[in-house]
Design a protein around this ligand. Structure first.
Ligand SMILES: Cc1ncc(C[n+]2csc(CCOP(=O)(O)OP(=O)(O)O)c2C)c(N)n1
Length: 1005
């Protein structure tokens, strides 16, 4: 049957449903209608129409509002031919259940009665029906709307029960369903959208070279775990098509996240990675060289590349991010990086005077996420990241997900890996369309990718491609066409490839692997097809493989003399503007690494402080917040009594005045968990929101983004971390609601924040605010597990020249200290993650407030805060960190011990402040003799808190001062929980800590 092709375009549909607007104008208006209050981005409207209960494309009640776009004749025809309509909708809805999408035919397929026309009272294949308003084909040509049922059945089966299967009919938005139906049915041929001979040859080249790489590596390095792509080669044309489509659509940057599977194939096959560098790495060499840093490097399957590719003259930069082995952990990082990149472009547009107009989320940047089937279903971070995809402050304009679904996770079959039929079912939670495609047919794969991209680019929403492939386990001459041409590739039955190349999958999947063994490889099958249809000469195909092999052979030889490149600050990291000064960014361990003055002029502080509580005329803030405004203004006026929230606002605002952007993300960050921040104010009449620092500081070129987040720790922290990689003039902060909850994001902290600099030479200035402190709240809500953060640092046990510690861990006790810490993050010519044990009770404690003079030029963060106790009368020196300081001071005064007990605060625990502490403690020694007793006091249990970290280091300092290094520990005993849940127990333990700290003195000492 020849189908009519003169079908309407999507613009035509848009025009029909709103005839008064010009087609294009309406589409643009729809796309730009939703203004994302999160920062000037425009993002597309959601297109969700209120017909979520219906799964039909065409609601059957004539008075339903969405009928308005249909002609009366179409409406009448639907009523008359309702059975046909039901049949067509059934194919659209259930076609995927019978589609030939699985190369191994392992999916449990049952007969699908819903696909049989008889079920709808349509028994006669010769009966002719009017298809107008029911099928999207030939609809403009009246003569073409009369179709025999046989043709209709064939048509619908070609579209919906082929090698691509679609799940779009459960999307709640009718517009999206309509969009799919129109696109698929009006371009229903199984042939590709634009698959000409040249395109086919490119596909062939990509998959053939992928196979050559796998066989080459297998022959040369048989014991190497390379996570080859054998069986899944279609992943390469899929990515090629996706990136190409993106480039042609005007996207200039792709942020790409992927796991191990086929990474080397992608790197060398599409991303231009130098195979000599690859072989150098395989042979044990480093991927980078770094001056002045401790560089550990990473394994082969985490290598990166960021080439600029060119498609039809359009350049597109693809950044393949480094990732840890922890599957899927990189997804939110990529999303955060993609959004931050869009913001960088938006800022550049604004600087160029173009404003936010014309910059919609996803216009220029796209995030691509590759997944494995087992990890996509199993890892919770997938759900968390998908959950971010369409939220204000988090959306990046739609990611394209490709699940490279080889039906196996290590040795776990799909039946044990998921409770759902498809590995992609988790994506249903965000109403995301899914396209399943048979990976044995690369042209269909490309078509599926093109459709997916069109959807993403139109609706700026996520879309999933489930690429069904398999994992081949060995290669025979029968399976691969050109193996016979080179003795290197005469692989035998003993060269196994399971999950990795050292696995024997038929221990566990004998039947599956029998099937795989009986198959020819994807490149061989495709080559046969092209040769048969005359698109490719057999000799040309052989020479493609031969030339790939020659390149690899040369590269292997060249790898002997390959030397890895020196790590460079990428792109704009070379130089940045901080406080309107040009700063050349350097490697943290280098001799040029330094911190600049973090103090700020009093007038600026006052300007920022008052802007932080200023609201426009007519904006009605909550009556209780009037007090908050007044007390902030009064403190600024007096220059004292400055609390944490004010200090924080002044740090943010002063950085913004210097051109830097600040983003604070987490649950309830706008108001603040402890109702202290109020950086975002809500009009009590309208619920309109303002961020005073953005609104009232017209001369600031930086902005503050308050990203109240979803209730996720891992994905949200990953997202912020990804954003931190983008620009050095950006302060990203993640605040845990209570410090305890960071452990939900432990993977991000272990594998990115604490280790990225050492593994991947990546810097980050991210700040983690982790509210910490025992205050009777029970086992949770009490501890940010500071001991774990300290254990993650590579802080030296003794003073070292030029230490470069991976993360800085602080427990500040005054707002001024916090102010300097925040500013220090950007007022350096390098970037470091900062973990802050953040206050809860101190937020409003008068004794813990600061003076303006503590923030003026020349002032700075003090890693150690000495005490005023006269050194000649002191008998004990309490060393401690954090909020217990204020309890200790109160207790000391109550016990009349101000002259005898000094309390010294260690505010920076890592890097341990050896020299600052030595300077303070030496005041309590004379001629090498110690005159005091040294004590460490903490409220946390002995196996927790900072004790484990400081003990050895304190001993080093004290021994150097001539003592025996003994430090008495006072604190809670070892415990399985951070704090008790019983109030009485908590209070008696707290009292015991105080008694211990001041033991041995009579109360009138
Ligand atoms: C979080 C996590 N758990 C376990 C592993 C160990 N592991 C590495 S690969 C793999 C199987 C992954 O299967 P799948 O996602 O289907 O990808 P495939 O390797 O089959 O391509 C497992 C369990 C890991 N890397 N990360």
């Amino acid at each position: 049957m020849i189908l009519a092709r003169n079908t309407p375009t999507w613009l035509y549909l848009a025009k029909r449903s709103q005839p008064t607007a010009t087609s294009e104008g309406r589409v643009i208006a729809l796309r730009r209608a939703y203004h994302d209050e999160s920062f000037g981005f425009r993002r597309p409207r959601q297109f969700t129409m209120p017909d979520c209960t219906s799964t039909s494309l065409y609601p059957l009640t004539p008075d339903n509002a969405s009928w308005s776009s249909d002609t009366p004749a179409e409406l009448r025809n639907r009523a008359v031919n309702a059975p046909l309509l039901r049949y067509a909708d059934a194919l659209r809805t259930h076609g995927h259940r019978a589609a030939s999408i699985d190369p191994l035919d392992l999916l449990r397929r049952e007969r699908v009665p819903a696909l049989e026309p008889e079920r709808y009272g349509l028994p006669d294949p010769n009966a002719v029906y009017d298809t107008s308003g029911i099928l999207w084909t030939g609809r403009e040509s009246e003569s073409n709307t009369q179709w025999a049922l046989r043709d209709i059945t064939e048509f619908l089966n070609v579209v919906y029960v082929g090698r691509i299967a679609y799940e779009y009919m459960d999307l709640p938005s009718r517009t999206e369903r309509l969009w799919f139906a129109h696109l698929l049915e009006s371009q229903s041929s199984t042939s590709m959208l634009h698959c000409n001979a040249q395109r086919k040859q490119r596909i062939h080249q990509l998959i053939a070279c992928s196979e050559v790489l796998d066989t080459f590596l297998q022959a040369k390095f048989p014991n190497l775990k390379r996570y080859g792509l054998e069986g899944g080669e279609s992943m390469l044309p899929a990515l090629d098509a996706l990136i190409g489509e993106a480039a042609r659509a005007g996207i200039t940057r792709v942020v790409l996240a992927m796991p191990h599977r086929g990474r080397l194939n992608l790197l060398t096959g599409l991303l231009g990675y130098d195979p000599a560098a690859l072989f150098h790495k395989i042979k044990g060499g480093a991927e980078w060289s770094v001056q002045g840093g401790q560089f550990a490097g990473d394994v082969l399957s985490h290598l990166v590349a960021s080439p600029t590719l060119n498609y039809d003259g359009k350049e597109i930069k693809v950044s393949l991010l480094p990732n840890p082995s922890h599957l899927e952990a990189v997804n939110p990082v990529a999303l955060g990086k993609a959004r931050a990149k869009q913001y960088t472009l938006l800022k550049a547009l604004e600087k160029g005077g173009k404003g936010a107009e014309g910059c919609m989320l996803g216009d220029k940047v796209m995030c691509i996420q590759l997944h494995g089937d087992a990890s996509f279903t199993g890892q919770g971070i997938v759900m968390e990241t998908l959950g971010l995809s369409n939220l204000p402050h988090y959306t990046s304009g739609g990611s394209v997900h490709i699940v490279v679904n080889n039906n196996i996770g290590y040795t776990t079959p799909a039946s044990s890996a998921r409770s759902s039929l498809y590995c992609s079912d988790v994506a249903k939670m965000i109403n995301c369309p899914v396209l399943h495609v048979n990976g044995d047919y690369p042209e269909d794969v490309v078509r599926a990718v093109e459709i997916a991209f069109k959807y993403r680019n139109y609706f700026r929403k996520d879309v999933v491609i489930d690429l069904l492939v398999y994992r081949r386990w060995y290669v025979t001459r029968f399976q691969t066409r050109h193996l016979t041409y080179d003795p290197h590739y005469a692989c035998t039955h003993s060269s196994f490839r399971g999950h990795n190349e050292l696995d024997e999958p038929s221990f566990t999947q004998p039947l599956m692997y029998q099937k795989i063994r009986a198959r020819r490889s994807v490149p061989a099958l495709y080559e046969d097809k092209l040769v048969k249809e005359g698109t490719l000469e057999e000799d040309t195909a052989a020479s493609v493989c031969a030339s790939c092999r020659a390149t690899l052979t040369d590269a292997l030889a060249a790898s002997a003399s390959y030397s890895p490149p020196l790590v460079k600050m990428e792109g704009q990291w070379n130089a940045t503007q901080i406080d309107d000064n040009d700063v050349k960014m350097v490697w943290p361990g280098s001799p040029e690494a330094q911190t600049f003055d973090t103090g700020v002029d009093a007038e600026v502080l006052r300007e920022v402080g008052s802007a932080s509580v200023s609201v426009p005329d007519g904006f009605e803030i909550h009556p209780r917040l009037q007090r908050h405004v007044k007390s902030r203004l009064a403190a600024l006026e007096k220059g004292e009594g400055i609390d944490w929230a004010t200090a924080e606002a002044m740090a943010f605002g002063s950085l913004m005045l210097g051109g830097c952007d600040v983003r604070i993300a987490g649950q309830d960050v706008g108001r603040g968990t402890f109702s202290h921040r109020h950086a975002m104010l809500v009009d009590q009449k309208t619920e309109g929101v303002i961020v005073p620092l953005n609104h009232a500081m017209s001369r600031a070129t930086g902005k503050l983004e308050l990203a109240n987040s979803s209730l996720s720790e891992e994905a949200v922290l990953g997202f912020e971390y990804g954003a931190s990689w983008e620009r050095p003039d950006f302060l990203p902060i993640w605040e845990a609601q209570f410090g305890d909850f960071f452990n939900g994001a432990q993977v991000i902290i272990d594998t990115f924040i604490s280790s990225a600099e050492t593994k991947w030479a990546k810097q980050s200035g991210i700040v983690l605010l982790l509210p910490h402190g025992l205050d009777g709240a029970g086992p949770e809500h009490s501890s940010s597990r500071i001991e774990r953060m300290l254990q993650l640092t590579n802080d030296a046990y003794s003073p070292q020249p030029n230490t470069n510690v991976n993360m800085h861990v602080v427990y500040p006790t005054t707002p001024a200290q916090y102010f300097h810490l925040l500013r220090r993050q950007l007022k350096r010519n390098y970037r470091k993650p900062l973990v802050v044990a953040a206050p809860k009770g101190l937020l409003r404690l008068a004794a813990a407030s600061s003076r303006l003079v503590d923030m003026l030029p020349g002032t700075k963060f003090h890693p150690v805060i000495p005490d005023n106790t006269p050194t000649n009368t002191a008998k004990r020196v309490i060393l401690m960190s954090g909020k217990l300081y204020y309890d200790l001071v109160k207790e000391r005064t109550a016990r009349n011990l101000d002259e005898h007990v000094a309390i010294i605060r260690i505010e920076e625990l890592a890097p341990f402040p050896f020299s600052e502490l030595t300077d303070v403690l030496k005041l309590y020694t004379s001629n090498g003799t110690t005159r005091v007793e040294w004590m460490w006091v903490q409220e946390e249990p002995k196996n927790q808190g900072a004790w484990g970290h400081v003990k050895d280091r304190l001993e080093v300092v004290l021994r150097a001062l001539g003592g025996d290094g003994n430090v008495v520990y006072v604190g809670r005993r070892e415990d399985a929980v951070p704090a008790p849940g019983v109030g009485e127990t908590y209070r008696s333990q707290q009292k015991a800590v105080m008694d211990g700290a001041f033991s041995g003195f009579s109360t009138t000492a």
